[in-house]
Design a protein around this ligand. Sequence first.
Ligand SMILES: Cc1cc2nc3c(=O)[nH]c(=O)nc-3n(C[C@H](O)[C@H](O)[C@H](O)COP(=O)(O)O)c2cc1C
Length: 145
Amino acid sequence: MIFSLVYVSHAVAPFDDSALETLAARASQKNSRLEITGYLNLNRTRSTFFQYLEGPQQAVLDLTAEIERDDRHRVANIVQIGEIESRLFPAWNMCYLDPGFFQAIRMEDILETVLLTMSERTFKREEVVSTVLRIARQIANRKAS
Ligand SMILES: Cc1cc2nc3c(=O)[nH]c(=O)nc-3n(C[C@H](O)[C@H](O)[C@H](O)COP(=O)(O)O)c2cc1C
């Protein structure tokens, strides 16, 4: 079984293209070693990151804890999607999605807002999880085509 989660964070340092490429290249190598796949998006307008990670549960949780300690950003919210039957992004060890790609998927923005402002009182966890999965599937399908 594959375990997956998403999180949203606020960038602390400004990330230019080269800083992002360096991060993505290094992350991709390490994720490959850990059998972790997923994608990372930087919303430059808001200075927020959105990352989807999937792989062996312990590896994903350990890596997420490490990413959380990274002082280049502050994690606002983590949503554990839990077990999924198969990977949504089998071919991406860590794909950085360029902003053009995301212009076509406004829902990503909506989801990010949800995660940034989410509280147990206003959103049911299951609703968030199913929304995250639906959007992640759309992104996976879109990227593949
Ligand atoms: C927004 C963000 C996303 C990150 N994503 C990953 C990732 O997917 N994989 C990874 O190995 N490191 C990621 N990192 C970097 C980790 O926080 C950490 O610096 C890195 O895992 C350390 O790698 P090392 O063991 O090679 O020193 C990310 C950092 C930030 C700020």
